[in-house]
Ligand binder design. Structure first.
Ligand code: NAP
Length: 303
């Protein structure tokens, strides 16, 4: 199978890992629905995930796919086609969001997918004028019963391996980068996964720990370790903000032995900036030879 390769040196190494273990001979649903003939889903639920006192507004939107051929895997993304026209009078461009549900659909809605979307509101620093992100505001404002046009699914790298039962997983997320891990965790636990899973989640405020209750319930599984890094409310000893990478360093006594297991995979999703910090933390805590091995077992999806 031919796969486009446009990654950094780090991702280039990953690419070979992906091809061997994730893509080859594997049936991945891809681009079933295109912009020219999108899937028309129905909104089944739109729930605010951030607490009312949060300055942020992040939503969990469940879209029913009944009657369509839309299928997907955890870690893939779906395109949303916002209704209306842009400033040039053309239909709005497609917006991609990570799917937050697992392949069998959202809890209680058998044939569906869910998206985790943060409302984007920009402020022009010069004029103070407010500008609203088209895709995020459209999706966050959808009401139950609304029709929504979807494309996709897309993405053939950031997936669980087919033989996931033979791996350990370390999931590192910031903000809405949590979405794919929600689907992956559901898939793992539904399949009685017994190996180690770490989820380290960075978010600005305690009010923004997305899906906190759900992940809290997984805590009854002794193999699940859920750690948060609340950047604007918690501080490191030197007074700096606590990020995901600081939590990695704090838990290194447990993480290093896990990283030594050659079947441990690390997944990073969220802000682009986190990638560098995570590599720096691993270089600090791992001997060079271990770091060199581990970096070939990292899957990255950052923007
Ligand atoms: P958010 O709520 O603002 O949370 C981001 C967290 O990361 C904050 O706590 C932030 O801290 C912290 N952070 C900032 N710089 C960091 C660094 N260098 N290292 C580690 N942590 C750092 O996040 P969001 O607005 O949802 O944004 C999430 C990002 O993920 C977006 O860029 C989105 O496009 C991307 N995303 C990607 C995918 C995907 O690839 N499939 C899916 C979903 C989201 P402070 O702000 O306090 O400094």
């Amino acid at each position: 199978m031919k796969v486009k390769c446009q990654f950094s040196i780090l991702n280039y190494q990953l690419f070979f890992y992906d091809v061997r273990d994730f893509v080859m001979d594997r049936k991945i649903p891809l681009n079933i629905y295109k912009i020219s003939s999108p899937c028309v889903g129905t909104v089944l639920e739109n729930k605010k995930l951030t607490q009312p006192s949060s300055p942020n507004d992040t939503h969990h939107v469940v879209v029913g796919l009944e009657g369509s051929s839309y299928t997907y895997l955890e870690g893939q993304s779906a395109g949303v086609l916002p209704a209306g026209m842009d400033e040039k009078g053309k239909p709005h461009a497609v917006r991609l969001y990570s799917i937050a549900s697992h392949r069998s659909g959202e809890k209680g809605y058998p044939f569906s997918l869910s998206l985790c979307v943060k409302r984007v509101v920009y402020q022009n620093p010069q004029t103070g004028q407010e500008k609203r992100g088209v895709g995020s505001n459209y999706t966050c404002d959808l009401k139950t019963g609304d029709s929504v046009k979807l494309t996709g699914p897309v993405g053939n790298r950031f997936l669980l391996p087919e033989n996931f039962q033979e791996h350990h997983f370390i999931f590192l997320a910031t903000g809405t980068g949590i979405a794919p891990f929600r689907g992956m965790l559901a898939h793992l636990f539904q399949n009685h996964f017994k190996n180690e899973i770490w989820l380290i989640f960075g978010t600005p405020y305690k009010t923004d720990v997305l899906y906190e209750e759900e992940f809290g319930q997984y805590r009854s599984h002794p193999n699940f370790h859920f750690v948060t890094a609340i950047s604007r409310e918690e501080k490191n000893k030197d007074g700096s903000k606590v990020y995901v990478q600081h939590r990695i360093l704090e838990h290194q006594a447990k993480l290093i032995p896990l990283l030594r297991e050659t079947n441990t995979l690390l997944y990073i999703c969220g802000l682009k900036g986190m990638e560098k910090g995570i590599h720096e933390a691993m270089q600090v805590m791992c001997p060079q030879e271990l770091y060199e091995q581990v970096r070939k077992r990292i899957l990255i999806e950052v923007y």
